[in-house]
Design a protein around this ligand. Structure first.
Ligand SMILES: Nc1ncnc2c1ncn2[C@@H]1O[C@H](COP(=O)(O)OP(=O)(O)O)[C@@H](O)[C@H]1O
Ligand SMILES: [Mg+2]
Length: 445
């Protein structure tokens, strides 16, 4: 009778979170679906009923009745009666208190049982994280951090970068995002990289850092990057990423993660990027803990921290992926100025979103759909009205375009024909219509 009660209470307990009873045959809990759960309960109940049916009292009684003639024939009535009495005594040995206790235990068991169900489902859920970690341990590894080919510590002292027929893809079966790229970047050159979104600008940097292994050859000075360990390669190239992320930790740790510089050097670097005052205003100055990913700093300020890090590192190669938004013109100007002054002797690749930051570069690289379309001095590229670069300049609007062309012209002449430039202006300007820059070039070339 009490079993029937438990059974019905179980069926009423609909608050059991059945949705959690999922999993394969390896499931930690016997109920892998609501259907299995019921089946399990029925099976247990059936077993209980079988035990009940095999109760010594009932089975003795039924066998006595069936074998009545035999018992009488053998005059064994008394023996069977005694046996029946003994079974009967045992069967009704529990008093009311004990029955009550058993019942209350059974009911408590129901709660514990449900809790057990939930816990095992929870364990199963959490095991997904373990499964994921196991999966990560099987991921294909990056190239080794160290190889037996170590460049000298002063490498790269020139800063020459050469791409030789480089193909690049992010996954083995993925499309090529850089195709047959061959380009030579001379030491100390300032190169602006432009192209539409998805043209492969960031991928060019990824190939340089070997975030995936590029096909073809990339030289930095006299070393093939593919032959170096990743640590040797990556620590020699400074980068200001488009989305800079700071570590959780102190400002000091962010600037100098390996404790290589003195406080004075750090303050000087901060001063150079005009972050000194900002850091001095922090409650613990350089020892202030930064929020996660540096979220208490603006994107511009985070880029400045990266710039300060690059100033400290004194690498020969600097790469800047310009932030598309969130950087105010003042910060932008500051970054540009610092780069021009501090990194004058370095090779600087700038992925530009605004043409005015790269119009005075030594060379412009125009990428389109993973291919190098144009590479040359900005002013020369602007002579070609079919060039992609010319079209890009025209797209920014008339006045802006005129001013860009003017700057390109001035830079070109002061570099190649310093004798015709006086006080930063072309000596020939006065006798020319300023919009006909082309004319000057044609005669000058
Ligand atoms: N991590 C990545 N995994 C796979 N494909 C990527 C990844 N990053 C970029 N790509 C693909 O590479 C191409 C070039 O992207 P990207 O170099 O980021 O362009 P850009 O920086 O010029 O806007 C795009 O087609 C893009 O879909
Ligand atoms: Mg990009």
């Amino acid at each position: 009778m009490w079993m029937a009660e438990i059974m019905s209470s179980m069926e009423e307990n609909e608050d059991l979170d059945r949705s959690k009873f999922v999993g394969g045959p390896e499931s930690l809990f016997p109920f892998s679906s609501p259907h299995n759960e019921k089946e399990y309960v029925y099976r247990v109940l059936k077993e209980v009923r079988e035990v009940e049916a095999r109760s010594p009292v009932f089975s003795h009684l039924s066998s006595s009745l069936q074998g009545l003639w035999t018992i009488r024939a053998l005059k064994a009535e008394e023996r069977f009666q005694k046996l029946f009495d003994a079974h009967q005594d045992l069967h009704s040995a529990l008093n009311a208190g004990q029955v009550g206790l058993a019942l209350s235990y059974a009911i408590t068991l129901m709660g514990t049982f449900q809790w057990g169900v939930r816990q095992s489902a929870e364990v199963e859920n959490l095991m997904i994280s373990v499964e994921r970690v196991m999966e990560y341990t099987e991921l294909e590894k990056e190239a080794p951090w160290e190889t037996n080919k170590h460049p000298p510590p002063e490498w790269p002292n020139q800063g020459m970068i050469a791409f030789e027929n480089v193909n690049f893809t992010y996954s083995l079966d993925g499309p090529l995002v850089l195709r047959h790229l061959s380009v030579l970047i001379k030491p100390r050159e300032k190169v602006g990289i432009v192209g539409r979104t998805g043209a492969g600008k960031s991928s060019l940097i990824a190939a340089l850092f070997r975030l995936a292994e590029p096909e073809g050859r990339i030289w930095i000075d006299k070393y093939l990057t593919s032959e170096l360990g990743l640590h040797d390669l990556r620590k020699k190239i400074s980068i200001i990423p488009q989305e800079p992320v700071l570590f959780t930790g102190t400002m000091r740790k962010n600037l100098d993660p390996f404790n290589e510089y003195t406080d004075e050097e750090l303050w000087n670097a901060l001063e150079e990027v005009q972050l000194k005052e900002v850091v001095e205003d922090l409650p613990n100055k350089m020892e202030t803990q930064l929020a996660e990913s540096g979220s208490n700093f603006s994107v511009g300020q985070r880029q400045l921290v990266c710039l300060a890090r690059a100033v400290l590192k004194k690498n020969r190669i600097l790469i800047i992926d310009e932030a598309t938004a969130n950087v105010d013109p003042r910060t932008d100007e500051l970054i540009q100025k610092t780069i021009r002054e501090t990194f004058a002797h370095c090779t600087v690749l700038t992925i530009a979103h605004r043409l005015n930051t790269i119009i005075d570069s030594d060379r412009i690289m125009v990428l389109d759909a993973g291919r190098l379309k144009e590479y040359g001095e900005p002013y020369i590229l602007l002579q070609e009205q079919d060039s992609l670069f010319y079209k890009m300049v025209q797209q920014v609007g008339k006045t802006e375009a005129a001013s860009l062309i003017e700057t390109a012209k001035r830079v070109y002449f002061s570099k190649n024909y310093p004798e015709v430039v006086q006080n930063g202006h072309l000596a020939t300007d006065s006798c020319l219509d300023s919009s006909s820059g082309l004319y000057v070039t044609e005669t000058a070339l």
